[in-house]
Design a protein around this ligand. Sequence first.
Ligand code: ADP
Length: 551
Amino acid sequence: MSFRARVFGLVLLVAVIAIGATAWLTFKLATRQIDESQEKATQHVVDTADIVRSYARRHGTWAGVSVKVQALSEANHQRIRLVNLYGQVTVDSDHLAKRAARPVVSPPTLIDPRPTLTLPDNVDELPWPESVVRDAKVRSLTKAEAVTLDGIRKFRQTQLVARCLTERGIEPPAVTPNKLGIPIPATPPEASDCIQTIKPELAEDEGGDEAAVKVCRSEKVEHGCLVRVFGERVSAFAPEPLQLFLGAVDDDPAKLVGGPMAVAAGSVLVLALAGTAVVARHVSRPVRSLTAASRRLADGHLDTRVPLVGGGELGQLSTSFNRMAQAIEASEQAQRRLVASVAHELRTPLSNLLGYLEALQDGVVPPSRELFASLHDEAQLQRRILDDLQDLTLAEAGHLTYRRVDFDLAELVETARVAHLAVAEATGVRLRAEVAGPLLFHGDHDRLRQVLGNLVTNALRYTDAGGSVTLRAYVANGRPVLEVEDTGCGIAAADLPFVFHRFWRADPARDRATGGSGLGLTIARQIARDHGGEISVASEVGVGSTFRVTL
Ligand code: ADP
């Protein structure tokens, strides 16, 4: 995948994850908050209803509940309204506070202060209630009837005492439901004349209670009937059921969403930052590795390479870097080899020269015309090597100047033949030229003559007397070709790949002696290439060689 596509993909991934996470977190937090607030609201209604119900049970009356309701409303910042089953308002906190009535939001909750009798299945195992045991009139009751009757009496007494105390401004004791579900005081009420006050009222209903519980004897489900009778009897004196309406709780909406949203935003920000950091690290890793490799290369570690990181732009960059490092290393090695070769090439003739000069100086060797001629040849070879080297360096750097003109290649071949005729005749080699006719070409006449001259010199040098050297100029595949064919010693197949290398000679000792610099073919190949062409060789040992310059 390309670098750009990868960066795009990774950034997109981070963005999608961040957006997804935001949406998910917001949804989750909002849902949870709604659930929590609903749960809280429900619990709040239940709690409020409990408080109001407990008031009625403890005080035996709704009188005085307004103080409780007002305090509760102020504490909760909420309207509380109690209405009886006929629609009459018992108390409304907003009316009490003389403020504009706020709307009620929840459906009404029934507050029934009347207890429900819970008769256990094993009612016969319960002890006989004392009030019934003392009462001779009701001895004929069953255990269940006796327990129910006792419950009605106890509850009535509790309620009447509590109501009496409330009327006198005394706080009645708190009540808790006993085993049968009837609220009775946890502690005895404060001493007052209320017990006496309520006696006649208590006695009034006793006969009715007894008759009512006995009705259940004929009923199939006696317990169910007794529970119903209990409910009917206590309704006569318990405070009436009311409906509770609640207004909205004044909540700060900013507080509702602010906290969770800040948490969500913070989490997503952290997530996005972490994701971006990972992406940045991932993306910049190959770049960092390339930077480090460049530094190492600049410090002279030419064998530095970077690992290939996939395809795309970064992969191409790594490949280019490695290729560049390889080229620099190869060039450095070539340069070192060249300097070593040059030193090697110049050392032998210079040693020779020095040796003879010292011998002449010491008078060991007598000076002679032949000796001076030989020393002159040696010095000339060195100059030729340096000249050739300079030519080659210029040519390889692309700085060799070419003066291109239109000229006839056939004529060039003929000129070269004539120039080398004397040498050919002296060595007993037949030198021929085969040209079909004028062959016009645009290029540097002198440089191509240098190439041809080098090839002919070589051919004559490696062909023994009786052999022949043929020069040709022709067109093949629409391209002009210069060819030099000899019937000389030929070049071993194993040596052919090195023929055009610098300073390469098949037989260094012999070839040096014949005055070859070992650079002729290298220069010839460079000149051919600079003319858009190539030079090739076909050779067989003992048969001969053919050098072909395709232009
Ligand atoms: P030099 O100037 O020493 O001849 P070249 O680069 O021209 O250098 O040739 C390189 C080597 O190639 C020679 O030393 C010789 O061994 C071999 N060579 C070149 N031409 C021929 C040929 N026609 N026949 C046989 N060997 C040849």
